[in-house]
Design a protein around this ligand. Structure first.
Ligand SMILES: C[S@@+](CC[C@H](N)C(=O)[O-])C[C@H]1O[C@@H](n2cnc3c(N)ncnc32)[C@H](O)[C@@H]1O
Length: 249
């Protein structure tokens, strides 16, 4: 039996060559915005200094690092991490095709077990990927690799309270399996189906972020196209370790 992560990497390995076009289509269909507008909305909350050290978790084809490098004359140092080698490969192709010289360092690894020392980064960003990971484990790792006073910036689909209703949960599961099997692939359908329990409401996110040690939590919603489609969330938080400055916690 394949693991969830095997379905995830298989799905994104297949999608990689067309990923940006496909995700643009999905965001237009479900949220009524295009991919560029989504990244711009996220980047409005990103306020780096040139000496910052940024980690883009589940960077995929490096759309977020690209938008940072293009936006800032002296962009901060950036590391992009992703589980799927094929996505990173197309990330490099896209970076080179846009003659971007200030290249991010790319790491093929699991965000729930990151190969970085504690307290490494001042900013940690993650777009459209938290639902593919186990939030408590993911947040604990994100907290570990952030420096004290470090910034967390996440954006992904948010859940609705009604989803805890078993009948609604079953209908959403069925819709997910049928929709992604038809428009995408069986592995994508399996990856999105196994992601459903990781899609949190605002209250659930606040709760999990606090448990992971984050503070100054701010969660805003973006619009979606239909009332029954859950709204995307933009989540900001800080790692504040009392009585400590940027030293090992
Ligand atoms: C929908 S894409 C998002 C890519 C990019 N962040 C964006 O904003 O378009 C999801 C990405 O998450 C990656 N991913 C899923 N689970 C992961 C994990 N446990 N660790 C690292 N990356 C993961 C996948 O390989 C895929 O590239």
């Amino acid at each position: 039996m394949k693991s969830t992560q095997e379905f995830v990497t298989e799905a994104f390995q297949e999608m990689a060559p067309e990923y940006e076009k496909k995700v643009d289509g999905e965001l237009r269909r479900f949220w009524g915005i295009n991919y560029g507008e989504f990244v711009d909305s996220l980047m409005k909350h990103f306020t780096p200094n040139p000496d910052d050290f940024v980690l883009d978790v589940a960077t995929g084809t490096c759309v977020i690092p690209r938008s940072i490098i293009k936006k800032y004359q002296s962009p901060p140092r950036i590391v992009g991490l992703d589980l799927t080698r094929g996505m990173l490969k197309f990330g490099i192709v896209n970076l080179n095709s846009q003659s971007i010289h200030h290249l991010p360092a790319l790491v093929n690894a699991n965000a729930m077990q990151m190969p970085f020392s504690s307290n490494s980064f001042t900013w940690l960003i993650c777009g459209l990927a938290t639902h593919h990971m186990n939030p408590p484990i993911m947040l604990a790792e994100m907290h570990r690799v952030l420096q004290n006073s470090g910034n967390l910036l996440l954006a992904d689909v948010g859940g609705a309270d009604s989803w805890s209703n078993p009948i609604i949960k079953w209908i959403i599961g069925l819709f997910t399996m049928v929709y992604f099997s038809i428009v995408e692939s069986f592995s994508r359908a399996k990856a999105e189906l196994s992601a459903l329990p990781n899609i949190y409401t605002i209250e659930q996110w606040k709760n999990q972020l606090q448990k992971a040690g984050f503070s100054e939590i701010e969660i805003t919603t973006m619009n979606s196209r239909f009332f029954w489609i859950p709204k995307p969330l933009i989540i900001q938080a800080k790692k504040i370790v009392e009585g400590r400055n940027d030293i090992d916690a």
